[in-house]
Design a protein around this ligand. Structure first.
Ligand code: SF4
Length: 208
């Protein structure tokens, strides 16, 4: 059993914890839970840190920005597969529930269930925009990406992170950034063009 660290602090972001698997022009997702960004203390050290939790924990505690929360957690074993620093959380407790009253964007409050994210679909989101404006928004997501370079040799993988937006297409903060390129076998490269995002979100109106 890994050592667990006690932590406590203020929630500054709750976003979905989704892993993206790419194999050239194919993409699929694993819906793992949620990532809490915390401003507080972990193992007696004061700092910002992130914690991955399961969907059951989020359903039970309904974490949202501004809550004061405590728990215990273990360091992530493979940072390629998680954007959170810690996971395997236990002893979760909301000490103080926040009252949110601010106009979006960003959208704060309690995020929806993972099925809602899956059915909404996402668009690529500029990494700089994500860092500057979308960190606290429930519709933002920074995903760990596992890329199978050669499907005849599935052991050969590369890792990176990508940022996405599940929010309303009319959000004034939204910037797509450059198209994403996916490496393939024999030096080939797949470019994910704008139509992929348009297709993923075609079932939603501008303000949905
Ligand atoms: S661009 Fe997307 S993630 Fe960023 S504030 Fe708007 S809806 Fe939220």
């Amino acid at each position: 059993m890994p050592e667990k660290y006690p932590w406590e602090g203020k929630v500054t972001s709750v976003q979905p914890r989704i892993r993206l698997h790419r194999s050239f022009d194919e993409a699929s997702h694993s819906y793992l839970g949620y990532v809490l960004q915390i401003e507080g203390t972990i193992n007696n050290e004061e700092r910002d840190f992130s914690v991955g939790i399961g969907k059951g924990a989020q359903a039970k505690h309904a974490f949202q920005v501004g809550d004061i929360v405590r728990g215990a957690c273990a360091p992530v074993e493979d940072p390629n597969k998680e954007t959170a620093e810690f996971y395997k959380v236990s002893g979760l407790k909301v000490m103080v529930r926040s009252q949110i009253s601010c106009e979006p964007p960003p959208w704060l409050g309690c995020p929806p269930d993972l099925e809602t994210y899956r059915s909404r679909g996402h668009r690529r989101l500029n990494t700089k925009t994500y860092s500057a404006r979308c960190g606290p928004c429930i519709w933002g997501c920074r995903m760990p990406v596992e890329m199978t370079i050669d499907h005849w040799n599935p052991e050969k993988v590369q890792y990176r992170t990508e940022t996405f937006c599940y929010g309303p297409k009319s959000c004034p903060s939204y910037r797509p950034g450059p198209t994403r390129k996916v490496p393939g076998r024999n030096g080939m490269v797949y470019e994910e063009e704008d139509w992929v995002d348009e297709d993923n979100t075609a079932h939603r109106g501008a303000d949905e």
